[in-house]
Design a protein around this ligand. Structure first.
Ligand SMILES: [Zn+2]
Length: 382
C-alpha cells in the first residue's frame, strides 16, 4: 500500500474509531460498550502495522477532543515503541498545544510526554511532569504517574523511594506485591552485607507481610536463622518453604549445605515427613538417601522409583550420584554421569511465567519482562 493510500485508510480508521468512541459514550448497556471498545482496540491493532509516514499524516487529520484522544495518544506511543522518541514527543507536544485548557486532556498528554522522556533517558524532565501530576491528585492519572515514578526509582535501585511510591498503589494494583516484597529483600540484602542482622530481619518481615509467598524472603530468612544457629526457627521456615514452594528445593538445599545444616535432626525430620508423600520431589529424596543414617537404602529405592515414573535429566544425575559409592565400576558411572550432565547443561533451568524467558540462572527480576518473582524452576522434562 502506498503511503498516501495508507494515510487515507488510517484516517478512515481513526474517524471510525472516533465515531465508535462517541457511540460508546452514549451507550447505556455495558455489553454493547465492551464490544465497541473491542472494535476500537482492533482498529488500533490495524494502525500498528502501518508505516511511520502514514501514521504521521493522520495525526494532523483528526480534531482533538476527549473521544479521539485515545487514538491520537495511541499513534504517539506507537512511535515511542518503535524507538522514534523525537517523533513521539513532537506528536504529544503538538496535541498539548491543541488541548487548550481542558484539564483531563492536558493531564493525559503530560503523562504520555513523561513516558516519552523516560524512554529517551530524560529522567529529570519526566520526573518534573510526573511530580506535578501526582500533586494534582486526579485519579487514575495521578496513580499512573506514581507508578512511572516507582519504575524510575526501581531502575535506579533506589529501593527506599521505590517502596514509598509502591505502598499507596498496592490497594488498586495488588500485582505490585511481588515488586514491593523484592524491594524489601534488596534492602535486607544491603543490611546483611553491613552485618546489621536486626534490620535485615525486620525488612524480611516487611517483605513477607506484603507477599506471604515470597520465596526469596523466606530463603534469606532461613539463611539468617542458620547463621545465628537458630535451627528451630530455620526448621519452621524450611517447612514453610517446602510446603509453599517445593519447586525451589534446589535453592533450599544449597542454603542448607552452605550453612552445613543438612544433617541437623530438626531439618532431617522435616525432610522425612515431606518425603513420605508419593509425589515427593526427587531432590528431597536425594538428601535423605545420602544423609538419613540406616534408612539411606530405602530412600535410594524410593528415588529410583520416583525417577522411573517421571524421568528427568536431573533425576538421573541424582540416581547416579547416590548409587556411585556402592557400585564398583565408578569410572563408567562417572563417564555416564558426565554425558548426562553435559546434556543437562544445555537445558534451561528457569522459565518466566510472564514472558517465557528462560535461562540457567535464577533472577528474582526477569531480565526479559522485568517482572519480579516470575522465574520458576523448570521441572519437566529436565
Ligand atoms: Zn519475564
Amino acid at each position: 500500500m502506498s503511503s498516501a493510500l495508507a494515510a487515507i485508510f488510517i484516517l478512515l480508521a481513526l474517524t471510525l474509531g472516533w465515531w465508535l468512541g462517541r457511540r460508546s459514550g452514549s451507550e447505556s448497556r455495558p455489553g454493547q460498550a465492551a464490544s465497541l471498545r473491542e472494535r476500537i482496540h482492533s482498529l488500533h491493532n490495524a494502525l500498528d502495522r502501518h508505516s511511520d509516514d502514514a501514521l504521521e499524516s493522520l495525526s494532523q487529520g483528526l480534531a482533538l477532543n476527549p473521544e479521539t484522544l485515545e487514538s491520537h495518544v495511541h499513534v504517539g506511543s506507537l512511535f515511542r515503541r518503535r524507538g522514534d522518541i523525537e517523533k513521539a514527543i513532537q506528536i504529544h507536544q503538538g496535541l498539548l498545544e491543541q488541548a487548550g485548557a481542558e484539564p483531563g486532556l492536558v493531564a493525559k498528554l503530560h503523562l504520555e510526554l513523561a513516558r516519552d522522556y523516560i524512554a529517551g533517558g530524560l529522567l529529570g524532565r519526566a520526573e518534573q511532569l510526573l511530580d506535578e501530576l501526582v500533586r494534582q491528585g486526579d485519579r487514575p492519572i495521578s496513580f499512573e504517574a506514581l507508578d512511572e515514578l516507582r519504575r524510575i526509582r526501581e531502575r535506579e535501585k533506589d529501593w527506599l523511594q521505590a517502596i514509598k511510591l509502591a505502598v499507596p498503589l498496592l490497594e488498586s494494583r495488588p500485582q505490585l506485591r511481588s515488586s514491593l516484597a523484592n524491594y524489601y529483600c534488596e534492602l535486607a540484602q544491603q543490611k546483611a552485607r553491613d552485618g546489621d542482622c536486626n534490620a535485615m530481619s525486620e525488612l524480611l518481615g516487611e517483605a513477607l507481610r506484603v507477599d506471604r509467598l515470597c520465596v526469596r524472603a523466606l530463603l534469606m530468612r532461613m539463611d539468617g536463622e542458620l547463621w545465628r544457629k537458630d535451627v528451630l526457627a530455620a526448621a519452621a521456615t524450611l517447612r514453610e518453604l517446602l510446603e509453599q514452594a517445593e519447586g525451589y528445593i534446589g535453592e533450599v538445599v544449597a542454603v542448607l549445605e552452605r550453612r552445613e545444616a543438612l544433617h541437623e535432626p530438626e531439618i532431617l525430620a522435616i525432610f522425612r515427613e515431606l518425603a513420605a508423600a508419593p509425589d515427593a520431589a526427587p531432590a528431597l529424596l536425594v538428601v535423605l538417601a545420602s544423609l538419613d543414617g540406616d534408612n539411606t537404602r530405602r530412600w535410594r529405592e524410593r528415588l529410583l522409583d520416583r525417577v522411573r515414573r517421571q524421568p528427568s535429566w536431573q533425576g538421573m544425575i541424582d540416581c547416579l550420584d547416590i548409587s556411585g559409592a556402592e557400585v564398583g565400576d565408578t569410572a563408567t558411572l562417572s563417564g555416564v554421569r558426565s554425558i548426562i550432565a553435559d546434556l543437562h547443561k544445555r537445558a534451561p533451568r528457569y522459565r518466566c511465567d510472564s514472558c517465557g524467558f528462560f535461562g540457567r540462572q535464577l533472577h528474582w527480576q526477569c531480565p526479559g519482562c522485568h517482572t519480579w518473582n516470575t522465574l520458576r524452576p523448570v521441572t519437566t522434562p529436565w
